[in-house]
Write a protein that binds this ligand. Structure first.
Ligand code: GLC
Ligand code: GLC
Length: 818
């Protein structure tokens, strides 16, 4: 190890719920998310990133150029010109060496502070609650002995709304750009395409008179300059340019005089406005600015901004007060109490759309992704999870199949990708059951929900669950195992694709499923787990005939797995199109896969025969490495046309033997089901960000405060290197795993079930859990270092039989002895 390997770029501050970055040159931009409802921004530790309203593709507000050189070039930038020195508080884009630098990423806010030549500039970025705008409060302080005459230039670049065509259709784009400038309010409006079919515009405002502005990029930056040295800034003089076509931007110019010790706040506001069709215009060609003015008035003073910021903090205080663990282990507590829950909120909002790895122009919301995401979020804001379930279900087909994705703006199924991913239906049961167990709200099952968004096709949500369940049993293969369809959870195991054309996408190309025998053991396990949930839900509702029918189908599936899904030391992964085994010792590559080990051990299939423990041992022997559990082993070294995309990746990356963090929790839960707390804990902490943060900031590369989708596996050139941070089902699964299976607090229909599975070293912890309006203080002691098994529980001093603590109103004390 060299010093570089050990270099640290920041640290956690748990009291503030912040990650504090102390060096701007992180190994990759470390980003945060602002906004949690409709208006969203991505912001890196050097203020790079962009904003959008609801949909990162169709309502992109500011422009971002991906995979650029140097990395991360577009953002909201403040240039400070102090004499001949030009610098930015966040170091970029000028990259002038700073006297100090700090970026604090907090819960939906970021504060970046830099100082140079005695001037401290601190910018607080956040999207106030229920507001379609990003506030940027720039606080300047003169700590030098002399009076400073600073020239401040703000800078943002507009996106021409559709982020996809914005990047390609230049023959049109370079002629459509339009702006309006309102000197008296110091506001620049972006109104491209407002003249025709759009009823929305954006604005960039500052709460102080300006001494100039620019709105044309070429005039501001200069055609051959870079953002690090825009000609206007270098010259120290705005050009008051008005954009007509080309690339509209927004820059305010403000002269600030600061005496020694003097401070000044400038409040910038990047806002989004929609107008009713008949109220679009104030007069010919002049946009109606009424709503924009009203918005500006809400953030005109420091007091107003402080108040809005306090509200945001209180909001997070409330959300993070629903589940609070005190285990005495900071690394566990900060993940459970802060960052894991925060990441769950972000993935719930974003699905897989917008990050520094997801361009925001590709995918909509995934059917399976969103159902899993909401399991990490449902305790935070159940009403939003409820709506999400109904939206997702409405994109299902009458036979139980589902659109694989839908657009958040329209909530309609996405035709480009279509359906046929045969795991999808099971996830609707998974998400809905989690919602009901959290809330006790069975009424959601009676909600009328369409198929494929067709009015008139409504049936109850319960009926949707039934067709979901049936979809699996109506699509069984020769071994009575579920047919895989286009793919199961592993989008890259394409058993019916047979693609030899590099110009077609594995994901969207027509599959050759006719006559296919391709069956999935992963869906089999998933079906057993979610099928049992469906059974108990039906029993709960008193639908005993349906419960009996479903139970029989689940039992049949268990039998089918025991008969045709066991390879001797682990569960098979699949049968391919021709009926050949995948994930078997017989195979040369890809002998063992993680997904079926996870789901079949969660379902405890073949327990009497010792299958789960044997399979979990095989995982340890063959797939576990220093950084987590790889997806398959041995990695594929050549392209296998009968398996598709999985074998397209070089060894150790992504679905080809990468550590695909999302599925590690499945094994971890499997370990807890088997009662092996030490193993569960070891697997868990290998991918727990706080543990990784302590060891490998440089190697890991991406943000150390959240999980990433993929860490390079043991067969890769650089094992341990992380990629695709933030938007991953890992967030929800890590939460589900630690809260319900390690700490063992499981919401159930009647109350909270307490069933921890701990490392033998864990002796005691408490959890404060708000649950359906009641408050539980749960104190678990484990004096003998057991890994699993509750000896006794008392509720408010009275013994409880079994491990279910029945729900009742009020505040309760629960004592648990293991
Ligand atoms: C991505 C997809 C998800 C899929 C997984 C494995 O995370 O969003 O739907 O299950 O990759 O391929
Ligand atoms: C690619 C990725 C996979 C992802 C899929 C979704 O196949 O490898 O992880 O789920 O794209 O589009």
């Amino acid at each position: 190890m060299t010093d570089m390997d050990n270099k640290r770029y920041g640290h956690f501050n748990d009291a503030q719920r912040e990650y504090v970055i102390t060096d701007p040159q992180t190994p990759w931009p470390w980003i945060n998310y602002l906004g949690n409802e409709d208006f969203f921004s991505l912001i890196s530790n050097t203020a790079g990133g962009y904003s959008f309203y609801k949909d990162a593709k169709f309502r992109r507000i500011t422009r971002y150029r991906y995979n650029d050189v140097p990395m991360d070039n577009n953002g909201r930038y403040f240039y400070i010109k102090d004499g001949d020195t030009v610098w930015n508080p966040g170091w970029k884009p000028c990259r002038t060496p700073l006297d100090s630098y700090e970026c604090r990423h907090g819960m939906n806010y970021t504060r970046i502070t830099g100082s140079k030549l005695g001037v401290v500039a601190s910018v607080l970025f956040f999207v106030p609650l229920h507001t379609a705008a990003e506030v940027q409060m720039l606080s300047l302080e003169n700590r030098s002995q002399e009076t400073k005459h600073l020239k401040i230039f703000s800078f943002e670049e507009w996106c021409l709304w559709n982020a996809a065509t914005d990047m390609e259709n230049f023959q049109r784009n370079f002629s459509t750009g339009e702006v309006e400038i309102e000197q008296q309010t110091s506001t620049i409006y972006h109104k491209t395409e407002y003249r025709e079919r759009r009823n929305h515009y954006a604005f960039y405002h500052v709460n102080t008179p300006i001494q100039g502005f620019d709105t044309d990029r070429e005039s501001f930056v200069g055609l051959y300059n870079e953002y690090s040295a825009p000609q206007v800034v270098v010259e120290g003089k705005p050009r008051n340019s008005v954009a007509h076509g080309w690339s509209p931007v927004a820059s305010h110019y403000i002269e600030v005089e600061l005496k020694p010790g003097e401070k000044r706040d400038l409040i910038f506001l990047l806002g989004y406005i929609e107008n009713e069709q008949d109220k679009k215009w104030e007069s010919k060609k002049v946009i109606n600015k009424e709503k924009a003015h009203a918005l500006m008035d809400r953030f005109a003073t420091r007091e107003q901004v402080d108040q809005a910021f306090d509200k945001l903090r209180e909001y997070w205080d409330r959300l993070l007060d629903i589940f609070v663990v005190d285990s005495g282990n900071d690394k566990l507590d900060r993940m459970v109490n802060i960052w894991n829950q925060y990441q769950c909120m972000v993935t719930f909002c974003m699905s897989r759309s917008a990050s520094f790895f997801e361009s925001g122009i590709g995918r909509g919301m995934g059917f399976r992704d969103s159902n899993q995401d909401l399991v990490g979020f449902v305790h935070q804001i159940p009403e939003r999870a409820r709506q999400r379930i109904l939206d997702i279900a409405a994109t299902q087909f009458p036979d139980g199949g589902c659109y694989h994705q839908y657009q958040p703006l329209t909530k309609r199924g996405n035709n480009d990708i279509g359906g046929g991913f045969n795991d999808d239906p099971c996830w609707l049961i998974f998400g809905t059951v989690a919602y009901i167990k959290e809330t006790g709200d069975f009424s959601i099952l009676d909600e009328p929900v369409t198929f494929d968004n067709q009015p008139g096709s409504e049936v109850s949500l319960l009926e949707h669950l039934k067709v979901s369940f049936n979809h699996v049993i109506n699509n069984l293969g020769p071994h009575r195992l579920p047919l895989i369809g286009r793919a199961d959870w592993n989008d890259c195991l394409n058993l019916n694709c047979f693609s030899m054309d590099p110009d077609e996408s594995f994901q969207t190309t027509e599959n050759k499923s006719e006559g296919s025998k391709a069956e999935s053991l992963m869906i089999a396990g998933l079906f057993v787990v979610t099928g049992r949930d469906y059974v108990s839900l039906c029993r709960h509702l008193g639908h005993n005939d349906e419960a009996d029918r479903a139970q029989k189908a689940v039992d049949d599936m268990v039998q089918a797995v025991e008969k045709s899904g066991w390879d001797g030391k682990w569960y098979l992964r699949a049968y391919d199109f021709f009926g050949h085994k995948i994930g078997s010792d017989e195979n040369e590559e890809g002998k063992i896969f993680i997904e079926s080990q996870g789901w079949c051990t969660m379902a405890a299939i073949g327990k009497e025969k010792g299958y789960p423990e044997r399979a979990l041992d095989s995982v340890k022997e063959r797939m576990e490495c220093e950084h987590g559990i790889v997806l398959n082993n041995p990695a594929f070294t050549t392209y296998h046309v009968e398996m598709g995309e999985i074998s397209s990746y070089p060894e150790g990356y992504k679905e080809n033997a990468g550590i695909f963090c999302h599925n590690n929790p499945w094994v971890i839960i499997g370990e807890t089901v088997a009662g092996r707390g030490d193993d569960a804990w070891r697997h868990y902490t290998k991918i727990l960000p706080s543990y990784v943060e302590e060891k490998y900031q440089t190697l890991h590369k991406v943000e150390p405060y959240v999980n990433c989708q993929m860490v390079a596996g043991k067969d890769a050139a650089c094992p341990g290197e992380g990629k695709n941070s933030w938007l991953t089902g890992t967030a929800a699964w890590m939460w589900y795993t630690v809260s319900e299976f390690i700490l063992g607090i499981q919401p159930d229909y009647e109350g909270l079930r307490i069933d921890p599975c701990l490392p033998s070293t864990a002796k005691e912890y408490t959890v404060k859990r708000r649950f359906r309006g009641a408050l539980y203080h749960i104190h678990v002691v484990n004096p003998d270092g057991h890994q699993k098994g509750v000896k006794r529980i008392s509720l408010d001093g009275k013994a409880v039989s079994g491990n279910l603590v029945p729900w009742s109103e009020g505040e309760h004390k629960v004592e648990v002895v293991m």
